[in-house]
Design a binder for this molecule. Structure first.
Ligand code: BGC
Length: 776
């Protein structure tokens, strides 16, 4: 029985088949069980070669585990940080003694071939059973060569580019002794206040699932035993992005339906792609901290999805079950975590200090400990560490690998692809080769540390990044001068110190490139905001720059959607550049001068102001949608002071050329169980430059056993068109692509009427749809 069939049966098993409609629907689900799971719509689940059982490995591990003492086993369940870096309080010092004593099986935040070799030697030569260490690290958007932040990469909608970034990251990280990255972060994020929105793939389930797969495959490749691949981690399981009011680590309180339909699919996609490990999240789900949730870690992850790898906690999150008010002390927290399905304890040393006693006193079974140990040792085995514990600690490979010219080239290319042109009135962009004198103004215009954003792993923040000023200055034939002018520090709001110098430079220039946004650490972990405005005194300077009458181009650098509503109304051109990475300055110059025609599309909705958050394109219609009322009607679902529509929609982004879309046509008026339907549209480059377009497919299920979103992304394709060229793009849908969590909590589709759009962004649902029905 293949995995998708087994999962489906587990998914529906045990449910009361109440009501004929439901029972009928379950039959339909069964009939379509060989179709791809909805979390990986239209992508066949592929089990990687590494996941196959290996009799030799099983024999080896049986023997090894048979020899281990309980203390040695608990050591394998323990992950500690080296003291190089940490993302929280360092709870445990003296990790070297712990390694030598076999009390720790894995280390994170330690890298370089030399250092990991030194630590590995302690484990292999100093301990009784010579079990090698596993080295983990947060390699999130590049290791040494830094790519755009993850949200920026998502804006490329380019799966090859995203996979390439992960591939390069794995090559560099593994050359420095790292075996395991704590990436990809696949949390759906719909609240721009939440700082960690910068770390994921944005708000959408389908796009997020595709990107999860691309990243996992990029890191792990097809062979975990290859020295240039690393274990990937799907994190943070689960629903971390749904933190109340966008405050990091805050309580999550969502329905199981929302959990399953919105937050879980990218995790399931990662499992389908063969992700080796999972990391728990800091938040609670349904009153239970994620690291103690048997529902998440066993019922869903193991029993429904058949995940075979190991689960690590997030940083000290077992310990945090005490302040959560779920465990009375650390010993109980450890027992809850292990019994729920946590294999490895990150940094809290709770297992290390309490688990032996918990087992001896019968609150945790030996079998549960053995199972967790085995999952971890399996990964060490699959990486080839038992054969050669030093195979990733190779000085010569390290020297030959880091910052390879081809990696820097890839980083520049991915950065160009990640940028989103938000506005271009009067074709201010691209700048002419003879643009004359360019004034680069703003705190982010010449700031190396900011270029690489947060979670830049082993990235060099001080010397390597190419700033936007440097990128523009590297062009022939233009004069570029810089004035910082403003500050992004919150405390500098109201100050005007640098304004005079910046305004004088602007007035003496032909064009102003204002580089504004947020400081690099204003997004990422523990970086939530209750305002989405430009911090510091940037807005005031921007207004004065525009008042000079010089053409102004705003280049935004930020890890979240900012409410740049004033800029949208008053600045002629806006390019969103995220934090574009080591080669970011060159990439911005490539786009501003038109060497690269921008093709990015927003992976998140940009609200008009913070009061609209959380906001996402696939909202529900409500019983009083605004469109049903007269203009200005009171008793409809709206705000008194702000329109419902966002500033920029999900999927939106301009190009230096333009594209025309024909109406979508369908291969049939209806689709039946076991069948499919194909939707097509012809896209034409109606402008004068070659350009790429992300063609998007949206569907609306008009009536369901539970209410359905007004539109859902179900496919996309990025195409390249020469001026005047046309291409017909087709998407084939199967019934299972329209599945959701139905009224009875089973997963499947329902017969009914559907609307469909092939469009340049999510905004197109206002236009006339194609329609089809789905029948049994
Ligand atoms: C973060 C994780 C990260 C871990 C290890 C935590 O604070 O939430 O995403 O992988 O630290 O650095």
């Amino acid at each position: 029985m293949n995995r998708s069939v087994r999962n489906l049966m587990l998914g529906v098993g045990g449910l009361a088949l109440a009501g004929c409609a439901t029972a009928g629907s379950l039959d339909q689900a069964a009939q379509t069980s060989s179709a791809p799971d909805r979390s990986a719509v239209s992508i066949a689940p592929a089990q990687p070669a590494w996941a196959a059982r290996d009799a030799e490995m099983d024999r080896f591990l049986d023997e090894l585990i048979g020899k281990m003492t309980l203390e040695e086993k608990v050591g394998q369940l323990t992950l500690l940080t080296s003291d190089w870096e940490s993302t929280g309080p360092t709870m445990r010092e003296g990790y070297k003694q712990d390694i030598a004593a076999g009390r720790v099986g894995s280390i994170f935040n330690a890298y370089t071939a030399g250092y990991t070799r030194e630590l590995q030697k302690m484990a292999v030569e100093g301990t009784r059973l010579k079990i090698p260490l596993l080295f983990g690290y947060d390699v999130i958007h590049g290791h040494r060569t830094i790519f755009p932040i993850s949200l920026g990469e998502a804006a490329s909608w380019d799966m090859d580019a995203i996979e390439k970034s992960a591939r390069v990251s794995a090559a560099e990280a593994s050359a420095e002794g790292i075996h395991w990255t704590f990436s990809p972060m696949v949390d759906i994020a719909r609240d721009a206040r939440w700082g960690r929105i910068s770390e994921g793939a944005g708000e959408d389930v389908y796009l997020g699932s595709r990107i999860a797969r691309a990243r996992v495959h990029g890191y792990q490749g097809d062979d975990l035993s290859a020295v240039d691949t690393v274990l990937a981690t799907a994190k943070h399981f689960a629903a971390y992005g749904a933190a109340q009011a966008g405050r990091d680590y805050h309580t999550v309180d969502i329905s199981e339906r929302t959990l399953r339909d919105t937050y879980l699919p990218p995790f399931k996609a990662a499992v389908d792609e063969g992700v080796a490990t999972f990391m728990t999240s800091f938040n609670e789900y349904d009153g239970v901290p994620a690291s103690g949730s048997k529902f998440l870690l066993t019922d869903v992850l193991r029993d429904e999805w058949g995940f075979d790898g190991f689960v690590v906690t997030d940083y000290t999150s077992i310990n945090e079950m005490v302040p959560h008010g779920y465990a009375k002390d650390l010993a109980q927290a450890g027992e809850q975590a292990l019994n729920a399905g946590v294999d490895m304890d990150m940094q809290g040393a709770v297992y290390m200090e309490n688990m032996v006693k918990s087992v001896e006193e019968g609150r945790v079974s030996q079998a549960s400990v053995d199972r967790a140990v085995r999952r971890i040792l399996e990964m060490k085995y699959r990486l080839g560490l038992f054969e050669d514990p030093y195979r990733y600690a190779d000085q010569a490979r390290q020297e030959a690998t880091l910052y390879k010219p081809e990696f820097l080239k890839a980083a520049r290319d991915v950065a160009r692809k990640s940028m989103v042109l938000l506005k271009n009135e009067g074709n201010v962009l691209p700048l002419a080769a003879s643009a004359g004198k360019i004034a680069v103004i703003g705190p982010l215009g010449n700031s190396k540390p900011d270029m690489i954003g947060s979670w830049a792993a082993g990235g060099d923040r001080q010397t390597r990044p190419v700033t936007i000023l440097e990128g523009l200055q590297a062009r022939e034939g233009v004069t570029v001068e810089y004035a910082k002018g403003a500050s992004y520090e919150f405390a500098d709001q109201g100050k005007t110190d640098g304004f005079a110098e910046a305004l004088a430079l602007a007035k003496s220039s032909d064009v102003v490139v204002a580089v504004m946004g947020e400081k690099w650490d204003m997004t990422g972990e523990a970086a939530s905001r209750t305002s989405l405005d430009l911090p510091g005194n940037q807005q005031a300077l921007l207004e004065q720059l525009v008042a000079t009458g010089k053409p102004v181009v705003l280049v935004m650098m930020s890890g979240r959607p900012n409410s740049i509503t004033w800029a949208n109304e008053n600045v002629p051109a806006i390019l969103h550049a995220w934090y574009p990475g080591t080669q970011g300055g060159h990439a911005v110059a490539d786009v501003l001068f038109g060497d690269y025609n921008p093709s990015g599309k927003l992976p998140v909705t940009f609200p008009l102001n913070v009061g609209q958050a959380p906001i996402h394109y696939d909202m529900k219609n409500t019983g009083r949608p605004i469109e049903l009322g007269e203009p200005g009607a009171k008793y409809v679902s709206r705000y008194l002071n702000t329109p419902n529509d966002p500033l920029y929609r999900f999927g939106y982004g301009l190009s230096y050329t333009s594209f025309g879309y024909s109406p979508a046509t369908l291969s049939a008026a209806s689709m039946v169980a076991g069948g499919s339907i194909t939707a097509s549209a012809t896209i034409t480059n109606t402008g004068e430059r070659a350009g790429e377009e992300v063609v998007q497919l949206y569907v609306r299920d008009l009536v369901g056993s539970v209410t359905r979103p007004v539109q859902e992304l179900k496919g996309f394709e990025k195409i390249m068109l020469q001026p005047g060229e046309s291409q017909t793009v087709s998407f084939t849908l199967h019934p299972q692509d329209l599945a959701f969590t139905r009224a009875d909590m089973s997963h499947g589709w329902e017969p009914g009427e559907f609307q469909l759009w092939i469009a340049p962004s999510s905004g197109a649902s206002a236009s006339a749809p194609a329609t089809f029905s789905l029948t049994e």
